[in-house]
Design a protein around this ligand. Structure first.
Ligand code: CMP
Length: 143
């Protein structure tokens, strides 16, 4: 069983898409382990996006991600990292396959609604930035 960190960004919250997006992962059969509605500090955003430091979109990205509340989540399931990334779609909405979250709801790379971990190592690192171990709930999931 694998786990991943997913975060609905400020544009997703502002546009009232939390329910729609969470519903897609629920209907897929993935297991929610933790969720938190929160405002990200500049410090936490810098840690989360450390890999992008120095890139042209880094500053706008930090400004955007700290501009309003986000909905941070941990989901688990077999191949959950690849599955959720496939459901989210490519970073640029133009390249996102039809039926993906970004294809269905996003227009711009900077406002692409949701972040998803890209590897098991990233998932563990990102979960640790947003959640303490006791906030992750293990329970029977019979699907
Ligand atoms: P995310 O999955 O949160 O990871 C980094 C974010 O930077 C990405 O989604 C986009 O929102 C944003 N971004 C803006 N421009 C680019 C770009 N050219 N390449 C990758 N990410 C970008």
């Amino acid at each position: 069983m694998e786990r991943t960190f997913l975060m609905i960004k400020p544009d997703g919250v502002q546009r009232g898409l939390i329910g729609e997006i969470v519903s897609r992962f629920e209907r897929k059969g993935l297991q929610l382990q933790a969720a938190k509605f929160m405002q990200i500090s500049r410090e936490r955003a810098e840690i989360h996006y450390a890999d992008h430091k120095g890139k042209p979109f880094y500053e706008p990205l930090l400004e955007f991600i700290t501009s309003g509340p986000v909905f941070a989540m941990v989901w688990s399931g077999d191949n959950v990292i690849a599955l959720t990334r496939a459901m989210i779609g490519k970073t640029d909405a133009i390249d996102a396959a039809p039926g993906t979250i970004r294809s269905d709801f996003a227009v711009h790379t900077n406002f692409n609604l949701i972040h998803g971990s890209d590897s098991a190592a990233s998932a563990e690192r990102e979960i640790g930035i947003f959640f303490s171990p006791e906030e992750l709930v293990d329970y029977e999931h019979t699907i």
